[in-house]
Design a protein around this ligand. Sequence first.
Ligand SMILES: NC(=O)c1ccc[n+]([C@@H]2O[C@H](COP(=O)([O-])OP(=O)(O)OC[C@H]3O[C@@H](n4cnc5c(N)ncnc54)[C@H](O)[C@@H]3O)[C@@H](O)[C@H]2O)c1
Length: 310
Amino acid sequence: MPSHTGDGLLRTVKFSERHEVTESVAGVERVGVVGCGQMGAGIAEVCARSGLEVLVAETTGEALEIGRTRLVNSLGKAADRGKLSRQECDAALERLTFTTDLGDFADRDLVIEAVIENEQVKTEIFQVLDQVVTRPDAILASNTSSIPLVKLAVATSRPDQVIGIHFFNPAPIQRLVELIPALTTGEETIKRAEHVVGQVLGKHTIRAQDRSGFVVNALLIPYLLSAIRMFESGIASREDIDNGMELGCAHPMGPLKLADLIGLDTVASVADSMYTEFKEPLYAAPPLLQRMVDAGRLGRKAGAGFYTYS
Ligand SMILES: NC(=O)c1ccc[n+]([C@@H]2O[C@H](COP(=O)([O-])OP(=O)(O)OC[C@H]3O[C@@H](n4cnc5c(N)ncnc54)[C@H](O)[C@@H]3O)[C@@H](O)[C@H]2O)c1
């Protein structure tokens, strides 16, 4: 359990039975997560497990219930696998609350937006957050994979406090987080974000410029699109493409399985943003990807993509 010192700026954050570190939390104790899909649920879990108080928002009660179940199940699995004790699991659950009203985010020190990869939807959320979050030095972050952070920053009256904090899927397991300052982001915001993500959440951070795709997706998306093109043109079966990279290059997961895990709508949206930014043919989404998205075959989260899932 976190223990507070007198001034409230220092606390002991217990990541697991094995690690115990004392760190300044840079004034971040109350986190808000907007969106409780694959990424929002994972980010909320990471924050709650690290001792932060987390409020999670979704669009409807139904979406909230689906997200809450995803989160509770994930924490339960982590406890079953011995990644955290039952006590820690219960303590993390106690730190989590849920809402469908962004107005409840008034007292948040840090908000991480993790809704669908759609510029208009994200921009509107940043406008609302700007209105409702009252703490003057609150950090407003986006988990976007490809949308220019500066566009979200200038939608607010505090563009110096907006930054990209890009987690990887599944967030409780993947160690990397990309930090993406916009042209407008202040040095203080960057330092505090780096501190919270690195020291409190225990992630490895890398910095990237505000260019669509940042570091990892700029390398990964052309690879995934190439695999989809290869499958579409009939060069090899989906299994052979995936086995080729798993058994031939020791990748833990082949590209079509990975695209299913990420979500084909997300892969398509990220590719579109990167294509819009660079006009490079290697970022152009192949027609099959778009047709699968149109058909609702979004990958693992929808039960069907390149593979089917129970
Ligand atoms: N899937 C990945 O592997 C991955 C990895 C890193 C970053 N990202 C990024 O994270 C973000 C979310 O991706 P995801 O995979 O979790 O998508 P997802 O489809 O699993 O979840 C998106 C969630 O956002 C919710 N939502 C939509 N509009 C909302 C609103 N106005 N307010 C609150 N909630 C709203 C939806 O109900 C849904 O639950 C995207 O920006 C994506 O690019 C995804």
